[in-house]
Design a protein around this ligand. Structure first.
Ligand code: GLY
Ligand code: MN
Ligand code: MN
Length: 480
């Protein structure tokens, strides 16, 4: 809800003489309750056309969500399960963050960027399984104060809201009004119940056909966003806060073609690239530097890409930049080659780290040999230059399946349908005295999104140039 809208109405209401007050907005948390005069109240509920509803066909995801719910039901026989979507979160005073449903809720309902705050998915145990009901606050009719006076949920303020029948048809789920939802003793509630939280997280480790298609879509829009950034590099260079230009260019694409970003964009130019999650993005984009951009579009279904490219701002890498860049690519390619069905997830990381240890040892950066650095107990000296992991599962959350057990995640076995990142990097902080001056301030990460198949790994983001030569050609092509 924009404050601008509120101010407009408030300004109008402020012109109404106090003695005309016959009703105030009761649900306000501020002292800005605005009076409505009698004439308004007598007429506001009438004169609206009927809204005959044509029920939609079930959305594409409905059948997939039903299959996911069947697995949850089978895992918790006889238990009442409650999976809340979550509520609006206050940003400041009377402004909230954009609502984003809990990932497990979205996964099990198929209700994604269009989900209603405060909804609850409930599995009630019955003979032979569960009866599943989606409770939500149906739109109010136009005779209610909610319709015209509630700036958070009133249709006059935020636009049309769904009906119980419409959502039931759309999602292929029984629906009921939120007022009919009752908490009962002994139920298992998502996020309060470790076993349920873990189960629904592990349920997402292997993606179904719908999810894979959405991941491809998220990557495709992200690729277009990266093209936009390359095109706009001159504007970024020209602006005092060029990193914000990069962030904004990507945001525009993410909002126009998707729901938004799956996480805050990292636009890290020059030495900022060495700060792994640099999201302040208030720096310049200087010719001669590298800029590391880690960005992912979240589709309307909430599935997100997570892609990093590191670009030479001027269009060509210097010799030393290229050496670092191609080493990171070598590590990424080694990880990609290691990512095979039946392999342990953490062995993908090990493959990348072997390259990082070998090269940093060759460059004389380590106080030990590469083999010593790779020793599980006494080693790790090379990790100074890459402290993060190489891979994480990816899907409806950028760090998907995070509540999965270790034996299902880091020690888990790669299987067809898994989607994860490969994202090695090398980061030489500007004040790191263990590296020669020529390396200081250089940070490189290359991050791709990988789909595991029976035939091996597929790089979903391979269409975004990733070798040093291809990156240079890409920039040249978009700046003829
Ligand atoms: N963008 C966060 C990550 O790469 O994991
Ligand atoms: Mn990542
Ligand atoms: Mn990333």
């Amino acid at each position: 809800m924009s404050t601008g809208q509120r101010d407009t109405i408030a300004d109008a209401a402020a012109e109404i003489p106090a003695e005309a007050t016959v009703e105030t907005i009761e649900n306000s948390t501020t002292n800005r309750k605005q009076p409505f005069p009698r004439g308004f109240l007598d007429t506001i509920s009438t004169g609206w056309a009927e809204r005959p509803e044509t029920l939609p066909q079930p959305r594409a995801q409905a059948a997939f969500a039903a299959a996911r719910r069947a697995k949850v039901s089978a895992a918790f026989p006889g238990k009442r399960l409650v999976l809340p979507a979550g509520s609006l979160k206050q940003r400041s005073n009377d402004t909230d963050y954009v609502f984003r449903a809990h990932s497990a809720f979205a996964h099990l309902t198929g209700w994604a960027s269009d989900a209603e705050p405060d909804s609850v998915l409930v599995f009630d145990p019955v003979d032979g399984g569960h009866e599943v009901t989606l409770y939500f606050r149906e739109r109010a009719d136009r005779t209610t104060t909610e319709f015209y006076a509630d700036a958070t949920i009133g249709e006059f303020w935020i636009g049309p809201r769904p009906s119980l029948a419409g959502v039931a048809a759309d999602l292929g789920l029984a629906t009921a009004h939120l007022d009919d939802f009752a908490a009962v003793d002994g139920e298992r509630v998502l996020d309060d119940d470790d076993e349920l939280t873990r189960f629904v997280s592990e349920l997402r480790l292997v993606k179904d056909e719908f999810e894979v298609a959405e991941m491809r879509r998220a990557v495709e829009i992200t690729a277009a966003g990266f093209d936009d950034i390359v095109r706009e590099l001159p504007s970024a260079i020209a602006h005092a806060r060029g990193e914000r230009v990069v962030e904004g260019v990507f945001h525009r694409r993410a909002r126009e073609d998707g729901n938004g970003e799956g996480y805050d964009t990292i636009a890290a130019s020059g030495p900022h690239a060495c700060y792994l999650h640099w999201t302040r993005n208030d720096g310049t984009v200087a010719p001669g530097d590298l800029i590391l951009i880690d960005a992912g579009v979240e589709a309307d279904s909430l599935y997100t890409a997570d892609i990093t490219r590191t670009l030479p701002v001027s269009g060509t890498f210097t010799e030393v930049q290229r050496r670092v860049y191609e080493t990171v690519r070598e590590a990424a390619d080694a990880a990609f080659a290691a990512a095979q069905v039946g392999v342990r997830f953490r062995d993908v990381h090990a493959a990348a780290m072997t390259v990082i240890a070998q090269r940093t040892a060759e460059w004389g950066l380590l106080p030990v040999t590469a083999d010593e650095a790779l020793d599980a107990d006494q080693g790790g000296q090379h990790r100074r230059y890459m402290v993060h992991g190489t891979s994480h599962h990816l899907g409806i959350d950028v760090h998907d399946c995070a509540q999965a057990r270790r034996e299902m995640y880091y020690d888990g076995i790669l299987a067809p349908g898994m989607v994860f990142t490969i994202e090695p990097g090398l980061y030489f902080q500007i004040d790191d005295l263990t590296v020669p001056a020529e390396l200081r301030g250089i940070g490189v990460r290359i991050e791709d999104d990988i789909l595991m198949t029976e035939d091996g790994p597929v790089n979903l983001s391979a269409g975004i140039p990733r070798t040093a030569d291809d990156v240079e050609a890409w920039i040249a092509r978009l700046h003829p």
